[in-house]
Design a protein around this ligand. Structure first.
Ligand code: GLU
Length: 379
């Protein structure tokens, strides 16, 4: 429980977010699109845009929607049949997204990718530049595999992998995989009533891999195994990933508020620049610390951590793990950082030497209020 809390800021500060939705989430068991769910999804994504987050949607459902339209009850077996279903379904899918997003005034774009688009450096950069341009223009890119034309050897095969590669392509801060299951369990929850949801995975061990099994659903091609493969790609690229249940109302909002839902995979190492940039530009500032000139110089010139002695005033209601703004005595912001103490604790220890912390609070978890690894300049 506590572990997940420690990683909260990774999620709540994410600005560029890739969300992948699976076929089983987007369609009813009849194969027809679940309009109510897609409606809710679109509303949540637009709401993120309104918070100035950048959103990329990786959507499955082309084959599923095509099946529904063509009246097919079972997943097509041959490649040409699948591709034909995708050709019918992709248009239906985009039509729905276009219609719903435009009700909120949100512009969307379609990108259909194949593996060589990301394998070749020049094409990779080209795809990246296109996506970054769309994000700059406040568009929500809607991405799927180009199922209709891609040949077997050049397929991503499943959109979990595609989602992770797209997250890497745009240096996303967070990847969310929405599925028809709450997250990774210690067993199969459909068969084993003792199966527990795993809230945090810090390392993908063989044991974790073993939990994945390989079963997918009737319409999608994923299952837990492809989600674990996606997690490997994401965490190696320094991107945290969450698996959660897409049929839960408001799931995306809950995840981004830092609620304990789904399974969070911790990146191996958040790339320093990526990490610092989400601290510096993450929109979720929960408070403000006023520091004296000595502390300001120590941070800016010597790259030091922020200690309680340099703080003379605090503002806001925050807990440890939140991002706060750091300002000079004239109220000019020069840095942001993740705090190790909550507002009440800081109110008591501000202006004091580190050695006093334990006398004042009765305990001491850290010397630093903001460690330099969690501090980013904004000058
Ligand atoms: N690209 C496929 C589709 O849109 C889905 C692949 C997957 O389910 O992972 O139908």
């Amino acid at each position: 429980m506590l572990e997940r809390e420690n990683y909260k800021a990774l999620i709540t500060n994410a600005r560029r977010i890739v969300i992948k939705v699976g076929t089983s989430t987007l369609t009813h068991s009849t194969g027809k699109l679940n309009l109510q769910l897609i409606e809710k999804l679109v509303r949540q994504l637009t709401d993120l845009r309104y918070q100035d987050k950048q959103v990329l949607l990786v959507t499955s459902g082309a084959v599923g929607a095509g099946m529904g339209k063509l009246g097919l009850r079972e997943k097509p077996k041959t490649m040409p049949e699948k591709q034909a279903a995708a050709a019918v379904g992709q248009g239906i899918l985009m039509h729905i997204y276009e219609k719903l997003f435009s009700e909120y005034g949100q512009v969307v774009a379609q990108l259909l990718l194949t593996r060589p688009d990301l394998a070749d450096r020049r094409r990779f950069l080209n795809a990246r530049n296109t996506l970054l341009t769309l994000l700059n223009k406040e568009v929500v890119p809607i991405i799927n595999e180009n199922d209709t034309v891609v040949v077997e050897e050049l397929r991503f095969g499943d959109n979990d992998t595609l989602g992770a590669l797209v997250a890497g392509l745009v240096d996303a801060d967070l990847l969310i995989l929405l599925s028809d299951i709450d997250g990774l369990y210690t067993g199969d929850p459909r068969k084993d009533e003792n199966a527990r949801l795993i809230p945090v995975v810090e390392e993908i061990t063989t044991e974790i891999q073993g939990l994945a099994g390989s079963e997918g659903s009737k319409f999608g091609s994923g299952g837990m195994a492809t989600k674990i493969s996606a997690a490997k790609i994401a965490i190696n690229a320094g991107i945290p990933m969450v698996i959660a249940n897409g049929s839960q109302p408001d799931i995306i909002r809950e995840i981004l508020m830092g609620a304990q839902v789904g399974t969070l995979f911790i990146p191996r190492e958040v790339k320093p620049h990526a990490r610092k940039s989400w601290i510096a530009f993450g929109s979720n500032i929960q408070g403000k610390l006023w520091v004296d000139d000595g502390a300001r110089k120590a941070i800016i010139t010597n790259g030091k951590s922020l200690l309680p002695s340099g703080i003379f005033k605090i503002e806001g209601i925050f807990t440890s793990g939140h991002v706060v703004s750091i300002v000079n005595s004239e109220d000019v912001e020069f840095a942001r950082g993740i705090v190790n103490y909550n507002a009440q604790e800081l109110e008591k220890i501000k202006g004091n030497q580190c050695k006093e912390i334990v006398n004042i609070l009765g305990y001491k978890d850290y010397d630093e209020v903001v460690h330099r690894d969690n501090l980013a300049l904004r000058i």
